[in-house]
Write a protein that binds this ligand. Structure first.
Ligand code: SAM
Length: 214
């Protein structure tokens, strides 16, 4: 994702504190209170400009969505989408690093984690930054119930193969694997910005679902 300097981003995020939760660590264990219901909470780590979480929250009003993105200059685009589309209050955004997930959510608080078109970090020395590295898999496990699921989509074959191995070696169970998601035209698939871009170029989209039960 190209970073553009947006000096107004911080003020814009502050002005929309109803959407972008400030000091999310203070909500740990009380996200049901934030949403004012006990609906399941699904979290996208690396939400980018927000097309996926916005689309999902509109399509599934009985699920609460939280998009986490670590750059102000990118998350502002997600906030703009929320402002423009009159979204019901089942969506919140957090400006944070996915590494801090266990400071933001308590055990079992997140039912599902979405990873969409995560940065591939192809160099071996950067492997720990991949969102499917075992250290991240441990974090997701800590905030999900036993049957919590990870849903992952990418255009990057190298990252997909790495993730299959990483999750298998971690002892996770692969529930569903697709090597060409769009050939199957799955009902209810909400496309991300990157998914639109890469599928328009004819690139296959890889997808998997996995959980920690084995
Ligand atoms: N998910 C979006 C999509 O599919 O269109 C964006 C994909 S973009 C390649 C990856 C996004 O993940 C970037 O916006 C990046 O800033 C964010 N990101 C990467 N690592 C992250 C982390 N550890 N915590 C939070 N956001 C992260």
């Amino acid at each position: 994702m190209r970073l553009r300097h947006k000096p107004w981003a911080k003020d814009y995020l502050d002005e929309h504190a109803g959407i972008v939760v400030k000091e999310p660590q203070t909500k740990k264990g009380n996200w049901a209170g934030v949403f004012r219901n006990d609906n399941p909470i699904h979290v996208e780590v690396g939400t980018g400009k927000g097309q996926f979480v916005v689309g999902m929250s509109l399509a599934n009003p009985d699920i609460n969505y939280i998009g986490i993105e670590h750059f102000d200059s990118i998350i502002v685009s997600a906030v703009e989408k929320v402002v423009d589309s009159d979204i019901p209050m089942n969506l919140r955004l957090i400006r944070a690093n996915g590494k801090d997930l266990t400071e933001i959510f308590s055990e079992g608080e997140v039912s599902r984690v979405y990873l969409n078109f995560s940065d591939p970090w192809p160099k071996t020395r950067h492997a720990k930054r991949r969102l499917t590295h075992e250290e991240f898999l441990t974090l997701y496990k800590k905030v999900m119930p036993e049957d919590g699921e990870i849903h992952f989509k990418t255009d990057n074959r190298g990252l997909f193969e790495y993730s299959l191995v990483s999750m298998s070696e971690y002892g996770m169970r692969l529930l569903d694997v697709s090597l060409d998601l769009h050939a199957e035209m799955p009902e209810g698939n909400v496309m991300t910005e990157y998914e639109e871009k890469f599928s328009a170029k004819g690139q296959p989209i890889y997808r998997l679902e996995a959980n920690y039960l084995n």
